[in-house]
Design a protein around this ligand. Structure first.
Ligand code: ARG
Length: 263
């Protein structure tokens, strides 16, 4: 083998080794490992949740989460889609740590906001973004069935939002597992709870929840998308569960509007 190819081979081997060593460091540095999560969670790997993406403004400042459901299709909360203009909106995929520049950044060519949406407290908090760039990452699967909403089903919520109510924002993707709550209990917690387009998750004693900045992000069972982070009173408070957009109510609409990238 010529010396030059041998050197290139060594460089490639070195880079692979560096990458293999770097990944666990990025997913749980000593400073972040074991600290409270989203609220009460832990750092998570985008390799495990490739459909977890985030939204930034034109300056790269993260303000919401979102979820990849087709290679040009990203579901989020309506209140997130309306937070900045279409021109200024960016979707960032494949980036676990907001401080580094890896993954793919795309502008948005089209925004569908559920026409029934007015504000999170009245529900219907869902939107679909069409990205200008193909985001070639594994997608989440939109649920078509109600079975995931059964009381006490465990689901995972993902995001880059605050670590506690009004607290610091996370630099890295975090996850926390929460049980689904019955419509009756959620109605007790929130008078404006509307089970036709919302669903609640969390522990009666609080402690684990999504928080500000997590809005628009996914609530999943495995790879199945069942909720979109929408609202709550504070974060992780006893008796005040997280409220999510009930994705099954919009499955047909999302299916119809999303480009699943089959070609
Ligand atoms: N509305 C918040 C946002 O824009 C999400 C709040 C979720 N709160 C909760 N306690 N689960 O990021």
């Amino acid at each position: 083998m010529p010396a030059k190819s041998r050197r290139n081979l060594l460089l490639v081997a070195g880079a692979l080794l560096a990458a293999a060593v770097a990944v666990p460091v990025a997913s749980a540095t000593p400073e972040t490992a074991g600290q409270p999560g989203i609220v009460g969670g832990q750092p998570a790997a985008v390799a495990q949740y490739p459909f977890a993406v985030f939204l930034t403004d034109e300056n790269g400042s993260q303000f919401c989460g979102a979820v990849l459901i087709g290679e040009n299709s990203v579901a989020t909360a309506a209140h997130c889609a309306k937070a900045v203009t279409k021109t200024n909106l960016r979707v960032v995929a494949g980036r676990q740590d907001k401080r580094v520049k890896d993954g793919t950044v795309s502008t948005v060519s089209d925004i569908w906001v559920n026409p029934d949406y007015t504000d999170p407290g009245t529900g219907n908090d869902i939107a679909l973004l069409t990205t200008s760039t193909r985001l070639r990452y594994d997608t989440a699967q939109v649920t078509q069935t109600a079975r995931y909403y059964a009381e006490n089903t465990m689901a995972t919520v993902l995001g880059w939002g605050r670590l506690k109510d009004n607290g610091e924002r996370s630099d890295v993707l975090r996850s926390v597992d929460v049980p689904m709550i019955s419509d009756a209990s959620c109605k007790t917690a929130y008078g404006n709870y509307d089970p036709s387009t919302m669903v609640c998750a969390g522990y009666a004693n609080g402690g684990k929840d999504a928080c500000q900045g997590d809005s628009g992000g996914p609530l999943v069972v495995g790879k199945v998308l069942i909720g979109i982070v929408s609202w709550g009173v504070g974060c992780a408070q006893p008796g005040k569960p997280g409220v999510y957009t009930r994705v099954s109510a919009f499955a047909d609409e999302l299916e119809k509007r999303s480009n699943r990238g089959l070609f």
